[in-house]
Design a protein around this ligand. Structure first.
Ligand SMILES: [Fe+2]
Length: 319
């Protein structure tokens, strides 16, 4: 079964009105089974039947994705405003649309320079995060079982937007730039081979050296190819710098590291810790903060900024 030709799509995204007429499939143990063909409409009954069977995702052929992405991006505002969808369903729609965007960007890098798509997405994500109190929790519950890099990009974006909103007085346009930088922060990973990225055990020094180049390479590529926002480029380039100067690519330290990049770095580490990786299991929220607290004490993060981050994340968890 070649998973490359199939993409999961949350059934919450499949709106009976207006969703493109594409074939939808169920995933079996070792194959994909047609659920409905192009001729038949997906109905409310279909959705209820699938929900009764605890089916969260159907699958589409990758060839149909372009049409689906266009539909989702054009209809995001309507989908997110619907009263009959709960926070989790809206989170799934937003997550799906964002992940589709990130996959597109990683597969066709020239798309990254098309700011109108990413701005549109970030605007919707910001709106969802600031108006729906369960938003972060909903997004997080979805992220767990998806391709790490795509899921991680979306999770860091959500965390970073929310934290920027709560901690700093950032102008709306700058917030969008923070979001765009966040969703593309690991874009430079396209220059690292899958063999290194998927390696289940520790990286050799040479492999680690290569992985570390993603921040600078992503920055250079996007700058050369039309990403104009200084804020977004800063987030991409400096998200692995550390407060004590032990980060990369440049080794700048303290508040020479732009504030947005410092906060992105904190969100990045937190997201990595609370997610399953090939080489270790996910940590709990409390364990992740404990680990990061030790790192902050050792000088990796601005401790004031980290403490405020920890406070907000803990309050989010308790909400
Ligand atoms: Fe990174």
């Amino acid at each position: 079964m070649n998973d490359r030709f199939w993409r999961p799509i949350s059934i919450d995204c499949i709106n009976p009105e207006g969703f493109p007429d594409v074939a939808l499939y169920l995933r079996g143990n070792d194959n994909y089974v047609l659920y409905k063909d192009e001729e038949r409409k997906f109905t409310g009954d279909d959705r209820r039947r699938l929900q009764r069977n605890f089916t969260e995702f159907l699958y589409v052929r990758t060839g149909d994705l372009e049409e689906i992405n266009r539909y989702l991006e054009d209809n995001l505002a309507n989908l997110l405003a619907r009263d009959d969808l709960n926070s989790l369903a809206k989170g799934r729609i937003l997550y799906q649309t964002s992940v589709n965007y990130v996959i597109d960007v990683f597969e066709s890098p020239e798309i990254a320079a098309n700011m109108s798509r990413s701005r549109n997405l970030i605007l919707h994500m910001m709106n969802y995060l600031t108006t729906d109190t369960n938003a972060l929790e909903s997004l997080q519950s979805i992220v767990g079982h998806n391709f790490y890099l795509y899921a991680h990009s979306v999770q860091v974006t959500a965390l970073n937007l929310l934290l920027h909103e709560k901690l700093f007085n950032v102008a709306p346009d700058e917030m969008i730039d923070v979001g765009v930088g966040s969703i593309l922060h690991d874009f430079g990973m396209i220059f690292i081979t899958d063999k290194v990225l998927d390696k289940p055990d520790a990286l050799s020094d040479v492999e680690y050296y290569k992985v570390k180049q993603h921040a600078q390479k992503g920055y250079e590529f996007l700058k050369r190819n039309g990403l104009k926002s200084e804020v977004a480029l800063t987030v991409i380039r400096y998200h692995h710098e550390r407060y004590d100067g032990n980060g990369y690519p440049t080794g700048i330290k303290g508040d020479d590291i732009p504030r947005s990049a410092q906060l992105t770095g904190i969100c990045d580490v937190y997201s990595a810790l609370i997610t399953d990786r090939t080489y270790r299991k996910a940590c709990s929220h409390a364990d992740a903060l404990k680990t990061m607290h030790e790192e902050a004490k050792a000088g990796a993060f601005n401790s004031d900024l980290f403490n405020r981050f920890a406070e907000i994340m803990t309050a989010q968890k308790a909400a």
